[in-house]
Every structure is written in C-alpha cells, then in structure tokens.
Ligand binder design. Structure first.
Ligand SMILES: [Zn+2]
Length: 104
C-alpha cells in the first residue's frame, strides 16, 4: 500500500466511524465535508519520533469541522500541549491498536 493510499484509507475510516458528525463539537457535516484532525500532531518532529503509520492512523485521528472554513475543531483535537505522560500513554494506545490491526 502506498502512503497516499494509507492516508485515504485512514481518513475514510475516521469519517465512517464518526458517522459524518464532528467529533469535537457534534455538528453534522453535510456531504462528508470534514477534516482528519491529528490527535498527536502531524509535525516534522512527531513524524520522526513516532512514524507515519502512527501519525496517519485512524486511531490518531478525529473527524472534525473543516479547518479551511475557520472552525477551531481541528486544532482542539491536538493533544500536543498536554503533559508528556498523557502524550506517551496516547502513543502507547495507538501502538497497541496498530499491533492488533497488524498494520505494518
Ligand atoms: Zn466541529
């Protein structure tokens, strides 16, 4: 599977799981117009630390209102400013889920 295919697959999984509802504010998003919001942020540093598989995993994503339309829901999904312990336990959770799914 290419990286592009993986991203599309995980985005669709997040959208389907959310049932078209923003997972931050609860708003119904018409025509599935939502963002894949990263819980552990999609930054250069995080990609280096945790890898693309984890960062783009459905378990590291929330379906949210579109950032491009000026909503803040996407940013609210990010736990990057939390204490290190909270971030580490979230990373461990995603790794367990990825192991269970046997993705790479
Ligand atoms: Zn929202």
């Amino acid at each position: 599977m290419t990286l592009s295919d993986y991203k599309i697959q995980e985005k669709e999984a997040v959208r389907d799981r959310a049932g078209g509802i923003c997972e931050v504010c609860g708003k119904h998003l018409d025509n599935n117009l939502g963002d894949f919001a990263h819980i552990i942020g999609n930054t250069k540093n995080n990609l280096k630390l945790y890898g693309i598989d984890l960062i783009w995993s459905r378990y590291n994503g929330k379906y949210t209102c579109l950032n491009a339309l000026g909503h803040s829901c996407n940013a609210k999904a990010d736990i990057g400013h939390s204490k290190a312990g909270k971030i580490k336990s979230y990373v461990d959770y995603v790794l367990r889920k990825l192991g269970a799914q046997n993705v790479k």
